[in-house]
Design a protein around this ligand. Sequence first.
Ligand code: FES
Length: 87
Amino acid sequence: MNKITVKICMGTTCFVMGASQLQELMDIIPSKYGDKVEIQGVPCLEFCNVNTESNAPYVAVADTIVKNATVDKVLETIERKLGYGQE
Ligand code: FES
């Protein structure tokens, strides 16, 4: 199975809009998914410039962009990509 890369935007707009709460994913993801998922904090993903700020914070889960990201939304997206619940 391919490894999934999760990028949490740590740019100012996303941080102010709630990305600070997403930092707990840095602990949750490795303990839940081990080496199947890699997580990175990245500087501005450039979505805040293209879209309205009201969709921040943004998290990239492989090729999917999660808008208004929350811990639950990000975990759901990861599990969909990993194929959980589809057997
Ligand atoms: S600050 Fe997050 S996309 Fe720009």
